[in-house]
Structure formats: C-alpha cells, structure tokens
Design a protein. Structure first.
Length: 107
C-alpha cells in the first residue's frame, strides 16, 4: 500500500502536481494549435479545472497542502518558462483566494 502521509506523501503530491501542471497545459496548447479545440473551450476547461481544484483542496484536509504546493510550484515554473501569461496566474491564484475569503466570512 502506498504511503500517502508524512514527508513521502508530501513529496509525492508535489511531484504529481508539478507533472500534471506541466502535462495538461502543454497538451491543451497542442490541441488548440492543431485546431482540435478552440481557445474558448480551453478557457472553459481551465475555469472548470480551477473550480475542481478548489473542491479537491477543500475535501483533502490532510494532504491538501502538498497538492497546493505542487500546484503553485508548477504554475510558477510554467510562468517562468513563458508557457502561461500573468493574467492566467492572477486567475489561478485570485479565484481560489476569493473563494477562501468568502468561506472564511461565512464561518
């Protein structure tokens, strides 16, 4: 059985978040450039992905931090490499921040 807790679990989550953070945008850009999907559909996919990430982090109280760190690190690496724009960074960090603030205000 895999070890999902402790330092090994955190490393696995960071590595997985980083790899998925690189793979999904890369593949989606290839599909847009090939004309398989439109930029509008890619924007909808990114929005749904962000909403899904918010829900996933809320449902993972013990290993959500590792996932979040991997996700943030992969976004940083994508920005530094020029694969995503600053507007996307603002959306990816702004939407979860707003959701967090709304939830904290409801408590």
């Amino acid at each position: 059985m895999p070890d999902f807790f402790g330092p090994k679990g955190v490393f696995n989550e960071i590595a997985g978040g980083f790899l998925l953070g690189l793979a999904v945008p890369s593949i989606s850009v290839i599909f847009v450039n090939m004309g398989v999907i439109s930029r509008y559909h890619l924007m909808i996919f990114n929005l749904l992905s962000t909403i899904g990430s918010i829900g996933l982090i809320q449902d993972m109280p013990y290993w959500g931090l590792g996932y979040l760190l991997g996700w943030a690190f992969s976004l940083y690496m994508l920005y530094v490499s020029g694969w995503i724009a600053i507007l996307e960074i603002m959306v990816y960090f702004g939407v979860p921040f707003v959701v967090f603030m709304v939830e904290e205000g409801m408590k």
